[in-house]
Each structure stands twice: as structure tokens, then as C-alpha cells.
Design a binder for this molecule. Structure first.
Ligand SMILES: Cc1cc2nc3c(=O)[nH]c(=O)nc-3n(C[C@H](O)[C@H](O)[C@H](O)COP(=O)(O)O)c2cc1C
Length: 204
């Protein structure tokens, strides 16, 4: 586990419900001084606006995060990529990006990752994480789940991904949606190897 500033982490946002998890995660990474390489699918972009409002646009995301979470997010850097650009930096194993999270992860993108399809930059960057034996965190969201969807989670886990479903817990006594998002972002940060204070540890 390393909290050194400057760690380079890729974040993929796809069209599954839970945009709040994505922005909370990006904000937490930036606040730790990370270099965040962000890519959203078309439905991921749509999800940001549908669930968070018209100011949650990718091109203005840093300002959105500053408004929502404060100036601490300026500690990191945010680089945007186009999902169609499978030649972007994070598409290569030679690029020093140490970990990736796909949050939220649609069943479609989950299937693409599970089967190594690399059709988009998100799928390709995830494939790079798996082939290079780096950390890949997948945050799927769907309910109920079909057998192929369940199998795709198993296949991803077998390939080395950490499957971390969007399942916030209630034992912390959450009062707001932000509390639920903090819980998920904390789990994700833990999966990426960061310590965090997004929710208090269980003390028994
Ligand atoms: C408002 C909205 C909510 C959606 N929620 C989910 C969801 O929770 N899980 C899911 O797998 N797909 C969901 N979808 C469907 C995906 O967005 C769709 O399958 C899309 O093709 C996924 O593409 P992507 O993985 O490239 O983002 C939703 C679509 C919309 C418009």
C-alpha cells in the first residue's frame, strides 16, 4: 500500500448507474495527488449528466469536482482520453500506469473485459492491466444478474481483476447519498492500494 503522491491511475466511466461513485473516486484520487487518466464511454458521459446534472460534463469535470469536493482536488492532475482512441497512452503496457478502476462498470464493458475484446480504450486499458499483472478494479452494477453476467464477473476475477460490485453497506449508518458514495470510493481506494478515511474502520 502506497500513498505517495504522483501515482498514475486510470479511471474508466461506463454507462451503468452510479455516476456519484465515479466522481467521488476521481476526487479522492486527485486529492491524494494522483495523476488520473480518465476515459468515459458515450453512455458514461450521458450517465454523468443524467444522474449529476448539466454541469457534470467531462470537459469541465475538474471544475465540477472543485465545486463539489473543494480545492483539495487540485493536488492531482486530470488527463482526459477519448474512448475511441485505442492508440492513447494508457493503451500500451509500456506506459507507466500502475492501476485502473472501471467505475461504474456496465455489463457490456464487463463482458468486453472478461473476454479480452479491447474494442474501446476502456477495454484495451483494462486488458493491459491484466496482461501486465497490474491492478484492475471493476465496479459492476446491475440487478438482477443473468448467468452470462455472473460468469463474466468470474472470468474477470480469474484473469486477475478485483471485482468490487457497487454494493454500499449500511452498517456505517449512512445518512446521505454522499455517505454511500464515500463507502464505495473508500473500498475502491483500498483495492487500488491506498489508505483512506472515507469511512471509519469497523471496530467490532
Ligand atoms: C440511464 C441508464 C442507466 C443504465 N444503467 C445500467 C446499469 O446499471 N448497468 C448496466 O449494465 N447497464 C446500464 N445501462 C445500459 C448501458 O448504458 C448500455 O448497455 C451501454 O451500451 C453500455 O455501454 P458502455 O459500457 O460502453 O458504457 C443504462 C443505460 C442508461 C441509459
Amino acid at each position: 500500500m502506497s500513498d505517495e503522491p504522483g501515482r498514475r491511475i486510470a479511471v474508466g466511466i461506463t454507462g451503468a448507474s452510479g455516476a456519484l461513485y465515479a466522481v467521488r473516486t476521481v476526487a479522492a484520487l486527485l486529492s491524494r495527488g494522483c495523476q488520473v487518466e480518465l476515459v468515459a464511454s458515450d453512455f458514461g458521459r450521458r450517465l454523468l449528466r443524467d444522474e449529476l446534472g448539466d454541469t457534470a460534463v467531462l470537459d469541465g469535470l475538474l471544475e465540477y469536482l472543485v465545486t463539489r469536493y473543494g480545492d483539495s482536488v487540485r493536488a492531482g492532475t486530470l488527463t482526459l482520453h477519448r474512448n475511441r482512441d485505442v492508440g492513447a497512452s494508457i493503451a500500451s503496457g509500456s506506459y507507466p500506469c500502475e492501476a485502473m478502476v472501471i467505475v461504474p462498470c456496465s455489463m457490456k464493458t464487463l463482458a468486453g473485459v472478461a473476454h479480452g475484446l479491447s474494442r474501446t480504450l476502456i477495454e484495451r486499458a483494462a486488458d493491459v492491466m491484466l496482461k501486465e499483472r497490474r491492478v484492475l478494479v471493476i465496479v459492476p452494477r446491475e440487478t438482477p444478474m443473468s448467468l452470462p453476467q455472473l460468469r463474466n464477473m468470474v472470468a474477470s476475477a480469474e484473469a486477475g481483476a478485483l471485482v468490487l460490485p457497487a454494493m454500499p453497506a449500511f452498517y456505517q449508518g449512512p445518512r446521505t447519498l454522499d455517505d454511500l458514495a464515500d463507502f464505495m470510493a473508500g473500498k475502491i481506494l483500498g483495492g487500488l492500494g491506498f489508505s483512506h478515511e472515507l469511512y471509519p474502520p469497523w471496530t467490532g
